[in-house]
Write a protein that binds this ligand. Structure first.
Ligand code: FAD
Length: 556
């Protein structure tokens, strides 16, 4: 499954074109393709280039909504959490969260405990694990670095951690294996309208070659996250007021030793009481997130020195003995939350077809379907709602293809979950991957492949058995191996060095030098596999170095 062949097959007419290859767009493409619609998805960069690789990487119910008595939102999110644990157990893993309570905390321990009963109850007691109350000594036994002054206890509850970029990618790959054409580096630069002024296709441009073409579609969906308003503006019949009010969120990554945690820890910022998390992440810990208004170009969002010191402040308060400094920050990421402004009426040329506090589906008078807002956790449900809306439009326009299936994305596993052990024991998959590589992969690399690809780790391991040089590390001393580069190019639509180092692997975030030591090796392999010229290879390598430099800009 190569990106170039996707571009070649991106011609003609489709039932539906989805603009945007974040988790929302890829989820929509998957749902629609599995129901039997002819679908194309176009993404102007790599899949998950936008917010979908820059989140806090949590699949969670949203505890904060309990405080506002928004039980329906929590119920929806915890139900989706359970579904994602079932359809993607390799990517959605239970994680314990410690909610420490101090004498000066806004709520006492009994109140937090009551909230946790409601939280567990709303999941119909199918949360990853039931919450527990810990007294002060127990809390410090779990997390010795936590400040002890005034600590009265904690609640230990469970949500899930995930890899946002890979959930997105697996949705795209599954859509493709059900007939969708999913093409990255294909930017929508205009909409085509018919004689009645209805959107009937999109003009796209290949960002690698510059070639332009038009593809026809009965329905077009705008799933461009923080770019929603720019996309609407392109249609010429967008709302007078913006649909979104994006805010920026920054995370910092430090080595595990710099802030060794067993559980995610909920922290309140000392200045403004904002809830933040410090989250263990294998041999790293990440901390975030900030929340500031941002109207900048969503393609160019980076951490600033203020963002980093705001985050370090919360660490200093909650972990007074950690002495974490900005020198220990390995990497940062920043993203825009596609938060909605409420649509008050249809006078803006938009009809509300579905409303909740978190997302909205709006259908313009030109027929463009826009999905605004939402979160990673509820992407699957939003996608199903969007496809339901599109099907209504197809029916109204008398262009409904016959014999469509119902949406069953709540039970159909993502590709890496097919064959996953029923007891969820990932070490079994690791051991099989190790064996499939004929012992050429270390157990550490086999585990990393399991965590990354689920059952497809076995295919990657077989590659290593067939081509032993692919067991070499991408960056010396780390478990990521060259077979992952090969797999990314041949099976996962990777088109640039950044795609491999940032989203197919996480070397950008996890390596102490952000993967810079592997750039030439990856560039050379991709050049060979994709037939690149020297100039193309240099451009791609340089593109990655620039990403690293921009993410480090806060140091200046
Ligand atoms: P995006 O992922 O941004 O995708 C939109 C895509 O559209 C982009 O890839 C972009 O390149 C593409 N595009 C734009 N214009 C065009 C064009 N003209 N042509 C083609 N393509 C185009 N949610 C949770 O559930 N859990 C969390 O822990 C969590 N943490 C978060 C933390 C932060 C800091 C932020 C910012 C968000 C967080 N969220 C979380 C929310 C969640 O990440 C987002 O709701 C979700 O990723 C949005 O996905 P999307 O597909 O709508 O947008």
């Amino acid at each position: 499954m190569r990106r170039e062949s996707m571009w070649t097959s991106l011609t003609g007419a489709f039932d539906m074109v989805v603009v945007g290859g974040g988790v929302t767009g890829c989820g929509i493409a998957r749902d629609a393709a599995r129901r039997g619609l002819r679908v194309a998805l176009v993404e102007m960069n790599d899949f998950a280039f936008g917010t979908s690789s820059r989140s806090s990487k949590l699949v969670h119910g949203g505890l904060r909504y309990l405080e506002q008595y928004e039980f329906n939102l929590v119920f929806e999110a915890v139900s989706e959490r359970r579904i994602l644990m079932d359809i993607a157990p390799h990517l959605v893993r239970p994680l314990g969260f410690l909610f420490p309570v101090y004498e000066h905390s806004r709520h006492k321990l009994w109140f937090i405990n009551a909230g946790m009963w409601v939280y567990d109850g709303l999941s119909l007691f199918r949360s990853p694990q039931r919450h527990q109350n810990l007294d002060t000594e127990e809390v410090l036994g779990e997390e010795p670095l936590l400040g002890r002054k005034g600590l009265t206890g904690a609640s230990l509850y469970y949500d899930c951690a995930t890899d946002d970029a890979r959930i997105t990618l697996e949705n795209a790959l599954d859509a493709a294996s059900h007939g969708a054409c999913v093409c990255s580096y294909a930017k929508v630069i205009g909409f085509k309208t018919d004689a009645r002024g209805r959107v009937s296709g999109v003009e796209i441009q290949d960002r690698t070659s510059g070639e332009k073409r038009v593809i026809e579609a009965t329905a077009v969906v705008n799933a461009t996250g923080p770019w929603t308003d720019q996309t609407l503006a392109m249609s010429g019949r967008g709302p007078k007021k913006p649909l979104l009010r994006p805010t920026k969120g920054v995370h910092i990554v430090v080595g595990h030793q710099a802030l060794p945690l067993q559980h995610a820890v909920l922290c309140m910022h000392p200045e403004d009481g904002r809830v933040m998390f410090a989250i263990p992440w294998g041999d790293q810990t990440y901390i975030g997130t900030t929340d500031t208004d941002d109207v900048n170009d969503p393609s160019a969002v980076y951490a600033t020195a203020e963002d980093v010191s705001y985050i370090l402040e919360v660490v200093k308060t909650h972990f007074p003995d950690s002495s974490l400094t900005s020198d220990q920050v390995r990497s940062t990421w920043a993203g825009l939350r596609p938060l909605m402004c409420p649509v008050e009426s249809s006078s803006d040329g938009l009809d509300e077809s579905s409303v909740s506090r978190e997302h909205q589906i709006v259908v313009g008078q030109d027929g463009l379907v826009t999905i605004a807002g939402g979160k990673l956790t509820t992407y699957r449900r939003m996608a199903a709602e969007v496809v339901d809306t599109v099907i209504k439009l197809l029916r109204l326009s008398d262009r409904m293809p016959p014999g469509l299936d119902a949406s069953r994305t709540d039970e159909e596993p993502l590709p890496g979950a097919v064959g996953w052990p029923a007891d969820d024991d990932r070490t079994k998959v690791r051991d099989r991957a190790h064996a499939a590589s004929e012992g050429r992969l270390s157990l550490e690399s086999a585990m990393l492949l399991t965590d990354t690809y689920g059952m497809s780790a076995l295919d990657v391991a077989r590659l290593v058995a067939a081509h032993p040089s692919l067991a070499e590390p991408i960056v010396s001393g780390r478990p990521e191996v060259m077979a992952q580069v090969d797999w990314a190019v041949r099976m996962e639509l990777a088109n640039e060095v950044s795609d491999v180092l940032m989203r197919r692997t996480q070397l950008f975030f996890r390596d102490s030098d952000q993967g810079l030591g592997g750039v030439e090796r990856v560039g050379a392999y991709m050049a060979e596999a994709l037939g690149w010229s020297t100039e193309r290879r240099e451009q791609s390598e340089e593109g990655y170095r620039e990403e690293v430099a921009l993410s480090r800009g806060w140091r200046d």
